[in-house]
Design a protein around this ligand. Sequence first.
Ligand code: M7G
Length: 195
Amino acid sequence: LVYKLARSWSWWFLSDDRNKSWEDRLKNVHTFTGIGEFWALHDAIKPPSGLNPSSDYNVFRDGIAPMWEVKENKNGGRWLITIEKRTSEIMDLIWTEILMAMVGEQFKQDSESVCGIVCNVRTKGSKISVWTTDSSDDEANLRIGNVLKTVLNNASMIHQRPLFDVLRYEDHESCQKKTSSGVKAKHSIFAVEER
Ligand code: M7G
């Protein structure tokens, strides 16, 4: 008996190879549907903390390439978690928690709005983000953000350490035009409500 996920997902790797274009650095590693297959892959490859800086992992719905240019992403945006001052162990925890939530269909009615997740390993501060298909769909994006908050707050309790401070939503278009001043967030969700 093979236990299956509700849909197929593709795991991608962006190498740190400076001599190649961004597109040529991006490779599809494996597409999976089985739950055992998902965990075998997850456990066989390095966690994000084991990657060289400038590398990325992407896990996207099968058929959606992890790039701004495709139709499912071109009007989209992302819920962004900055790892900055946190340890690489926390980065790995956040990655696995969000990955489990996504392939385990925790976004429920908004599953079709979620395109995938990204981990950018960077010396200047790593990032984990959830890409959604329509940056103007505030209702879906806020529901998705609140699921992420719940998932991460539950994981914070289990691991007895805070995993994040804030989730910020930004559209891909502003990210592509970003200046050194950064991107203005469309929505923010705090781990702990401000009093
Ligand atoms: P990043 O990896 O999202 O952030 O973008 P970083 O500043 O933390 O490294 C870095 C660069 O990678 C961008 O300026 C683009 O040149 C390239 N890049 C990133 N993404 C997500 C895309 C994409 O979806 N399509 C293309 N063509 N280039 C991208």
